[in-house]
Design a protein around this ligand. Sequence first.
Ligand SMILES: NC(=O)c1ccc[n+]([C@@H]2O[C@H](COP(=O)([O-])OP(=O)(O)OC[C@H]3O[C@@H](n4cnc5c(N)ncnc54)[C@H](O)[C@@H]3O)[C@@H](O)[C@H]2O)c1
Length: 330
Amino acid sequence: MSRQQGPLDLDELAGGVAVVTGAGNNGIGWGIALKAVELGMRVALIDLHQHLVDDAVSRLRERFPGAECVAIEADVTEPESLARSLEIIDATWGRPEIGAVFANAGVIFNRTVLKSSLDEWRTTLGVNVIGVVNTIHAFVPRLREQARQSIICNTASVGGLVRGDGGGAAYQASKHAVVALTESLSFELAANAPQVRVHVLCPCIVQTALGATSRANRSVRDGTARADQLVAQDFGPEGLAMRPERHAQQVFDQIAAGKAYVITDNVRPYVDHDFPFDALAIIKERVENLLDQQIDNADALRGDAARPSAILKGPMFQEMGRRAATDAKS
Ligand SMILES: NC(=O)c1ccc[n+]([C@@H]2O[C@H](COP(=O)([O-])OP(=O)(O)OC[C@H]3O[C@@H](n4cnc5c(N)ncnc54)[C@H](O)[C@@H]3O)[C@@H](O)[C@H]2O)c1
């Protein structure tokens, strides 16, 4: 077996720049930025609105006062915007070495194939797929030029590894595309740039405001809200989901372990409960269906679930259902 990456000593990342798109909120990108600072990296936080990335940097510096960060406003759907981001990074730190790129910006509009509007399809594929491609085009040539080991990590989702069902159809299609394009990139770099470690991040459930930020950014685009009125969305009260910070710990633990598919399940020590998402079991169902050349829709026909799903059905969602039923009774 020829792997793109074996185990990595995370100390090797110190001093390099971590570029993180979609880092302006309190979500996965912000958690990764925080962890990168903790690892001694300089961090370029990229998101749609300057005041939000500025605030994100301030929140990082509350935790790590000496953090070397730059806040960059850029739209990942626009290649020029990302090319400009690299120029800003070079101007800030004098053509520094880039240690890691996290192509993480994303949107979700949680609707079925038939109910998703064409605009939702286009926006979802535009940000989640073309945004990742643009980020790769902007930064991977630099990673290839460098002799040092570096990371390109594209955020897909566990939704990119399991079958589609009644949930976010456009979202899942986009995340399958991110998995496939990351596999292509890995193949492409295997022979001529083995120092670039290629990962696809497939989170299970992280406590973020992804749906709310997606709607808010769409309102700004449509002119029904003002960008300067947006504030970073909070991730709400502690539930069964992972906190972004603890999620980021799992991301770097799996990168250190050399996992190409960084599948971050809701498991200890990253959560304080024993109700996992159970990603590998649900992925296995898809693989078995594929090998059998069949789709098993039994979950769609179950009458006992409020929201039948072939994906959101493991111990974590069973427990959520139990808690909701208990709350409804009391
Ligand atoms: N939260 C989860 O449970 C979960 C699970 C699997 C995958 N993901 C993925 O994780 C990534 C981060 O999402 P999150 O959950 O942290 O939510 P989030 O809302 O905190 O992060 C998404 C960020 O992307 C930014 N963004 C959107 N469009 C952009 C554009 N065109 N250019 C630049 N930035 C843009 C948003 O402003 C936002 O800050 C997404 O790709 C999402 O699909 C999240």
